[in-house]
Design a binder for this molecule. Structure first.
Ligand code: HEM
Length: 485
């Protein structure tokens, strides 16, 4: 066969491949390679930056292929709101996914779909509401843990500190307080292991699960190149930790005197005989640890880059609370600049930039395109937060954009870091309470400085499900020492 025949064969092959594979009227997207799809373009790149470029080229609804699997990426507030709110009935499932299917085992709110998800979400919301969106019990858990955080940081002000490990422990303990009614010592080996595993999983779960989904044969390869076997091992450790607490709660339950989320959940399950067994086996797995601790980590990182913002927060806290009184949720409305700094962190860092993948429940026509049943839908929240029509100079960290002319907090409708519609984050209120108490109490007590004043740590992050800053260290000075210098 000569070169011309080979070329003709390749062109015909590619033409047939695309004609047969691509159903008509699918959203446009970058050219993809047979079998691999767009993986070669995405490999080693930051997907969010490529998505910004592709949005300009192909519009607010574009497609990307991971292997042969179609992902539809939705961009911009209008499109996202239309899909998740107006057409929420068809865009609120979760896609099937090799690892997540194994991990969830039919349980939980976050990765389930259909009737099971609806029941579990309703139940969880009910329990959270009963427990105390009356907020006292949450506030107590959060403030206790924030005080421990301050002590831990105080013990480490001599050397450069890696904040990540301390933050994740304290934030996990808040969730443990709410769900299990108890906290764990930072020396508790089992707790340390579970927290470390969760953190590692959040890093790997994104790309590992996508690649496994495209190429299921990878699961049979020896070794553990994608870390999937490790993730499943971690699940066993978590299940053991969880099972012990679950059984202990079951055996000591007093239906007239629920102590925590788990008790409330068990009581609801007793009443609700229609829940199948799997769902009964508790769905209240702690979530929201990685997201909240990562937001705090980004906040510290941005304060290193914007010391003027840090000083304004400190001045506001000093004026309103002084240096001794511990912040409480009642102070929120009196600390608008601090509140705006939290909102600005959620915006600029886009901690969950692609939300959690959604899926179409059936063949859908949307914005003139056909989206086949069970396609994965990526909700590109990052496209809203970095849209210069909504947020001027989006790369600049400027809490002022969330303040009106009289200095009060003002949130544009487009600001949806917790997503919107039927799948909106159920932990939004808890997360906001945690972010406020943890951040203001840290700024009240400490000044955060880069270890190398000429080179603050990099602002680029790593994308798993959560967008996390690269590992960095920080120099911490007690405010009382700053004053006496
Ligand atoms: C700064 C902290 C947080 C951020 C930025 C955040 C953001 C998000 C986002 C973007 C989603 C995906 C929504 C979608 O699929 O459209 C989500 C889902 C979820 N979040 Fe959060 N979250 C945070 C903290 C929390 C906390 C503290 C909890 C638990 C108390 C929590 C529990 C959940 C659950 C259960 C879901 C799944 C909801 C469902 O699928 O129906 N989150 N969150």
């Amino acid at each position: 066969m000569d070169v011309t025949s080979i070329l003709v064969f390749c062109v015909v092959f590619l033409f047939c491949y695309y004609a047969l594979r691509t159903p008509s009227n699918i959203p446009m997207g970058p050219v993809s390679v047979p079998l691999l799809g767009n993986i070669p373009q995405l490999a080693g790149k930051i997907p969010l930056l490529l998505f910004r470029k592709w949005r300009k080229q192909y519009g607010d609804v574009f497609s990307v292929y991971m292997g042969s699997q179609l992902l539809v990426v939705l961009n911009g507030y209008k499109i996202i709101k239309e899909a998740l709110v107006t057409r929420g009935n068809v865009f609120s499932d979760r896609p099937h996914n090799f690892i997540l299917d194994k991990m969830k085992d039919g349980e939980g709110v976050i990765f389930t779909s259909g009737a099971s998800w609806k029941k579990q979400r309703k139940l969880s919301l009910n329990c959270l509401q009963k427990l105390g969106f009356s907020r006292n019990s949450f506030e107590v858990c959060i403030a206790d843990e924030a005080k421990i955080l301050i002590k831990l940081i105080e013990q480490n002000t001599d050397a450069a500190l890696k904040m990540k490990d301390i933050l994740i422990m304290c934030v996990s303990n808040v969730i443990c307080g709410i769900v299990f009614g108890r906290r764990f010592s930072h020396e508790d080996k089992q707790f340390l292991e579970v927290v470390a595993n969760m953190s590692e999983d959040a890093k790997y779960i994104g790309h590992a699960s996508i690649l496994m989904n495209c190429f299921p044969f990878l699961q049979y390869l020896p070794g553990d190149i994608l870390g999937t076997k490790t993730i499943l091992e971690h699940k066993k450790v978590f299940d053991k930790f969880f099972e012990d607490l679950y059984e202990n709660h079951q055996s000591t339950l007093d239906v007239n005197c629920p102590r925590d989320f788990m008790d409330l959940y068990l009581i609801e399950m007793k009443k609700n005989s229609t829940l199948p067994n799997k769902e009964k086996k508790l769905t209240a797995r702690p979530t929201g640890t990685e997201t909240t601790s990562t937001t705090l980590l980004w906040a510290v990182l941005y304060l290193l880059h914007y010391p003027d913002v840090q000083e304004k927060c400190f001045d506001e806290i000093q004026t309103v609370l002084g240096l001794k009184r511990f912040p409480s949720l009642d102070d929120r409305s009196h600390l608008p600049y601090c509140e705006a700094t939290i909102l600005e962190t959620l915006r600029i860092a886009a901690v969950v930039p692609l939300a959690v993948p959604h899926a179409s429940t059936r063949d859908v026509y949307f914005k003139g395109f056909r989206i086949p049943k069970e396609s994965s839908i990526l909700i590109n929240l990052d496209s809203i937060f970095h849209d210069s029509d909504i947020f001027r100079d989006p790369r600049v960290f400027s809490p002022e954009r969330f303040l009106n002319s009289s200095g009060q907090v003002m949130k544009p409708n487009e600001f949806i870091p917790f997503s919107c519609g039927r799948r909106v984050c159920i932990g939004e209120k808890v997360a906001q309470m945690e972010l406020f108490i943890f951040l203001t109490s840290m700024i009240q007590k400490f000044q955060f400085l880069p270890v190398d004043p000429c080179h603050p740590p990099n602002l680029e992050g790593n994308l798993g499900i959560v967008y996390t800053p690269k590992c960095f260290q920080v120099q911490i000075v007690r405010r009382q020492d700053v004053k006496s210098n």
